[in-house]
Structures are given as structure tokens and as C-alpha cells.
Design a protein around this ligand. Structure first.
Ligand SMILES: [Ca+2]
Ligand SMILES: [Ca+2]
Length: 238
């Protein structure tokens, strides 16, 4: 049995029924579910053989450009060729104007020094790599930008961004990276579709490498985001 600790130091056991199909290949899912219950997960993409939403919410995506699936962090992941491979997820009101959000993904970038998209919803939120400064990951919620760099190519990273109505925070490989103050809801961008591996609505910024285990939640995760899936050490920077 695994345990995790809240800010108040109260621990809860994981005694979770596995809702829908999530939980089949992610060490994070137990933690996600424990923090907010399954209702906090808006969409979850294990990216095993397609872009099926493995949460209960049916936000299935479409696979574009002949993208393939290859061994990644948990089972298979979306292999993007950097040319035209991506996943597009249709707009839905469930993604609009939340008071908080978390979005996380495992990635293994093959290039540095170019603008590439890991996850994007236009002006709402995104994870990207940037050309300038070279080799930087960026985490964006409604125009508030956090940076992490310089990343290494052909190296696996876990990236996570949270927003709780007060601060946007970024985590890399389970460790707190940076934070900036922000207020207000997460805006819904005019290009409301969500994309993995391509800029939302633009046909640009194609990612090269693999992306795995993408999750979007409607609240800030409250605890340490360990890349080992170990929530037992409680909070860090939250
Ligand atoms: Ca996977
Ligand atoms: Ca292709």
C-alpha cells in the first residue's frame, strides 16, 4: 500500500477503485486520483496505440501525420517526426476557464534550439521548447511564462505545470523549478483545440521525439510531483 502526505501532514492510504481505464500504465494515476479524486482529471492520454482519453471524460484525440507509437516512459508513447506528426483534441467546454489547472507530460526531445510544442491550447496553457533561449522548456498559463533550461536532447524529462489562482508553478523531474504570481481563471484561447506535438491551430512547432502520459487536471496538484511516482515524501514548493 502506498501513502502520501498532505500539507497538513495527514496521510491517506491508496484504496482506490480504478475508474474507467486510467491506472493501467501510469505510476502517477494513483497520486492524481488521490489528490483530487477522479473528478479532477479532465483528460488523460497514455498514448499506447492512439490518442484515447483514458479518463472518464471521452476527450479522445486524433492522430495526425502518420505518427507512430514506440516504447516510451510507460509502455508506448507518441513518436513525433518533427515534420507533421501530432494529436489534436477537439474543443470542449470542460477545458474552459478553470480556476486552477495542472498539465504534465513525459518527453524525450531529439532537438534543441527550435520552437516545438509538447502540449498546447493556444492562449490558454502550453508546454513548449524554445529557440531563444536555446534549449529551454517553457510552461505557460494564460500568458504567464516560466522557463527551464538548458535541457539535454535524447534525455527523458517529466514536465508539470500547476496553477492555483495565486501562482503558476513549474516542476521538472519531480522537483520544483520556478513560480510566478498570477490571478484569475485560466483563459480559453480562440484556438480552442488542444494539441500534442504541434502548436494549437497553427500547423507549426512540430515536436521531434516522444511524448508520453499526458494529463490535464482542473486544479493544482497539491503535492510533490515525483518522477518516480512516489508521493510518500509529501510536498515540495507547494
Ligand atoms: Ca504510454
Ligand atoms: Ca509524419
Amino acid at each position: 500500500m502506498k501513502w502520501f502526505s498532505t500539507l497538513a501532514g495527514v496521510s491517506f492510504p491508496f484504496l482506490l477503485a480504478v475508474p474507467c481505464s486510467y491506472g493501467q500504465d501510469s505510476s502517477y494515476v494513483e497520486g492524481y486520483a488521490a489528490f483530487g479524486g477522479q473528478g479532477s482529471i479532465v483528460a488523460y492520454y497514455p498514448l499506447e496505440t492512439g490518442a484515447t482519453d483514458a479518463s472518464c471524460n471521452a476527450h479522445d484525440g486524433n492522430v495526425n501525420g502518420g505518427a507512430s507509437f514506440e516504447p516510451a516512459k510507460f509502455g508506448m508513447g507518441l513518436k513525433c517526426d518533427g515534420d507533421d506528426d501530432s494529436v489534436t483534441i477537439p474543443s470542449d467546454a470542460a477545458f474552459d476557464n478553470p480556476t486552477g489547472i495542472s498539465f504534465c507530460a513525459w518527453v524525450r526531445p531529439e532537438r534543441s534550439g527550435s520552437n516545438e510544442t509538447i502540449l498546447d491550447r493556444d492562449m490558454s496553457f502550453n508546454l513548449k521548447t524554445r529557440e531563444n533561449p536555446q534549449g529551454t522548456f517553457t510552461f505557460v498559463v494564460g500568458g504567464t511564462v516560466l522557463e527551464y533550461g538548458t535541457y539535454e536532447t535524447d534525455t527523458t524529462y517529466h514536465l508539470c505545470c500547476t496553477y492555483d489562482g495565486q501562482y503558476v508553478k513549474s516542476y521538472v523531474n519531480g522537483s520544483f523549478n520556478s513560480a510566478l504570481p498570477r490571478t484569475g481563471n485560466v483563459p480559453a484561447g480562440p484556438m480552442a483545440e488542444i494539441t500534442i506535438g504541434e502548436a494549437s491551430g497553427a500547423g507549426l512547432e512540430f515536436f521531434q521525439g516522444w511524448i508520453d502520459d499526458v494529463v490535464i487536471l482542473d486544479r493544482a496538484l497539491l503535492a510533490r510531483l515525483s518522477h518516480e511516482g512516489d508521493f510518500s515524501t509529501g510536498n515540495a514548493g507547494l
